[in-house]
Design a protein around this ligand. Structure first.
Ligand code: SER
Length: 385
């Protein structure tokens, strides 16, 4: 591994300061609760809180902005924990241009940040750009300006290289893939960039936001050309730290360690235990940030994660409230970037604790009903319940 194994907190800071040197205004993360956007329940990408800056409906504080945005995606929540890649909570690094710079700068800066020894310093030979199938302009920038040989640039269709999420600004994109090495490959003939095995992973997404989707698939050209760049912070940390999964990233692992300390279950012991540890780790991250943003737990939707984490605590044999203690570690690991979490620590831990106690009572009451019914059944001499 030629590059340095930067920590997650270090990488976040490096990205934001890099884009400050390129004239960007650093903004704090927006709340996870969308403010004027009915198309989504929670903020799910770096650009979503700024849609109106892209469309030109609102004037941005500067035409160049960079953020590290808290995001939640719950679409495949039932798979979380089963795979090592997915989490409901993640942070997205982004540099944005609202009618200012376009493809040339966006591509050149993404390459500089990832490969320069002064910044992340990844080996250029491990990186492969992809472009939207007919985007010859992006091809020429990668090929002629950055110097990437044509055979290392991949052209993909709408499914991979056109970014849109719900309604709003969207456009063709150019991604950068990192080759983790043949030992991660599936070994099948034809395994290359775009293969869904673990060898080539996408780290950077440069979206050339130039259309508006009205939500019914009608695209109109935006008056201004924008840049929406997204890079998953945990994903970048996986690459830099040379680890397999988001759960092995330094700050996330520290949360799992705390869960292990309390439950006595250790990561890597068995698949079943790992699934529970990952679910608890991921869901307590989501819950901490959601409650910090004023979302209260409930049975469904936005509050479901806390109950699911508590249920997995029970599976690991913990019957008393414990998530509120893990929340302490989440806040500690994120204290530098999210000082508001530290300020709200007492409130967040209290909400979690109360919810755990309520949930514990509900489960206990349910178990009692079940036991009573079973006993009544047995008394009648019935053997099938
Ligand atoms: N919106 C794009 C994404 O989420 C780039 O920021 O990948």
């Amino acid at each position: 591994m030629a590059h340095k194994a930067y920590g997650l907190n270090e990488l976040r800071e490096m990205f934001l300061s890099f884009f400050e040197t390129k004239g960007h205004l650093r903004l704090p993360s927006f709340s996870l609760v969308p403010q004027h956007d009915k198309s989504i329940l929670l903020i799910n990408a770096g650009m979503t809180p700024m849609k109106t800056y892209f469309t030109g409906e609102e004037e941005p504080p500067r035409r160049r902005v960079c953020t590290c945005q808290k995001c939640i995606r719950t679409a495949d929540i039932e798979n979380i924990g089963k795979t090592a890649r997915h989490g409901t909570y993640f942070e997205m690094l982004g540099n944005f241009s609202f009618g200012d710079y376009f493809k040339h700068e966006a591509i050149a800066w993404s390459w500089e940040f990832l490969t320069s020894p002064d910044w992340v310093g990844l080996e250029p030979d491990r990186l492969y750009p992809s472009i939207y199938v007919d985007d010859d302009e992006a091809f020429d920038i990668w090929n002629k300006e950055i110097g990437i040989p044509a055979e290392r640039i991949f052209r993909f269709g709408k499914e991979d290289n056109f970014w849109e999420h719900g309604s709003g600004p969207c456009g063709p994109c150019s991604e950068i893939y990192y080759d983790r090495g043949p030992e991660y490959g599936c070994g099948k003939p034809g395994c290359t960039v775009g293969c869904d095995c673990d060898r080539y992973i996408e780290v950077w997404n440069n979206v050339f936001s130039q259309f508006n989707n009205d939500g019914h698939g009608n695209y109109t050209e935006l008056a201004q050309k924008n840049i929406d760049t997204g890079m998953g912070l945990e994903r970048l940390a996986c690459v830099c730290q040379n680890v397999d999964s988001l759960f092995d990233v330094d700050t996330v692992m520290n949360i799992t360690h705390k869960v292990s300390e309390i439950t006595g279950a250790h990561y890597g012991e068995s698949h079943k235990t790992d699934v529970s540890l990952r679910i608890i780790t991921d869901h307590i991250r989501s819950a901490t940030f959601m409650i910090g943003d004023g979302i209260l737990p409930s049975n469904e939707g936005r509050g479901y994660v806390l109950r699911r984490a508590a249920r997995h605590g029970k599976l690991l044999g913990v019957n008393d409230p414990f998530l509120y203690k893990v929340c302490d570690t989440v806040i500690h690991e994120n204290a530098t970037a999210y000082p508001d979490l530290v300020e709200k620590k007492e409130y967040i831990t209290r909400v979690i604790r109360v919810e755990e106690e309520n949930f514990g009572r509900t489960i206990d009451a349910g178990m009692k009903i079940f036991a009573d019914m079973l006993a009544a059944h047995k008394e009648k001499g019935e053997t099938v319940f």
